[in-house]
Ligand binder design. Structure first.
Ligand SMILES: CCCCCCCCCC(=O)SCCNC(=O)CCNC(=O)[C@H](O)C(C)(C)COP(=O)(O)OP(=O)(O)OC[C@H]1O[C@@H](n2cnc3c(N)ncnc32)[C@H](O)[C@@H]1OP(=O)(O)O
Length: 158
């Protein structure tokens, strides 16, 4: 696992995302990395839900799970496009991705008292669009699968 999270390489002005921005103290501050020995192909993130992330007592609210998948997907998209072009993720000009589409399938209830593991793999990588398939697991049981279509952030977002 690399030492610096993808999201922590985002420039300050793009570090306020509720899901992953390091400058958002109220947010989830998700951190995504390359999976060990899979640089350029698989990504990983971990998150431990708080008791208030409850849906039904004992289980995690699905909107939170979608949010984690969303941010792991867009962070992974930025990382792979930099990797493919031999660029450093913090380099200038900044290349970032926003969510164009998010498809979530809840396969099993997600226990709230366990660390969650998200693993991303790429089904399409283009400079302007990346599709990331993500599994969210606890104790090696896949609870949620998601597909994130991430599109290069247009200049109008700045
Ligand atoms: C941002 C940096 C900081 C980190 C923050 C992390 C972000 C966290 C995730 C988010 O919450 S982002 C906020 C939620 N997302 C948005 O608000 C996006 C709103 N939508 C837009 O701004 C535009 O619709 C969008 C940038 C997604 C696409 O507009 P474009 O004009 O760039 O798209 P274009 O028509 O050029 O299409 C480019 C490619 O994307 C595809 N595409 C566009 N919209 C799509 C869509 N909705 N679903 C699937 N594919 C889509 C399109 O088919 C095409 O694929 P191909 O290159 O393969 O032909």
């Amino acid at each position: 696992m690399s030492k610096i999270a993808f999201q922590d390489c985002y420039i300050q002005s793009l570090s306020h995302c509720y899901g992953c921005g390091k400058n958002n103290p109220e947010g989830h501050q998700l951190k995504s990395y390359w999976l060990d020995n899979y640089e350029g192909s698989k990504t990983i993130a971990h998150f431990t839900p708080k008791p208030y992330h409850t849906a039904i007592p004992g289980f995690v609210y699905g909107g939170l799970l979608a949010s984690l998948i969303d941010c792991h997907g867009t962070g992974s998209a930025a990382a792979v496009v930099h990797y493919k072009n031999n660029l450093t993720i913090g380099s200038d000009p900044t290349i970032r991705f926003v969510t164009a589409a998010l498809n979530i399938n809840y396969l099993a209830p997600t226990p709230i008292d366990k660390q969650l593991e998200l693993v991303g793999e790429f089904s399409q990588v283009k400079d302007n669009k990346v599709i990331v398939d993500i599994t969210l697991s606890t104790n090696n049981v896949i609870c949620v699968k998601g597909e994130v279509v991430a599109v290069k952030m247009p200049a109008t977002f700045k």
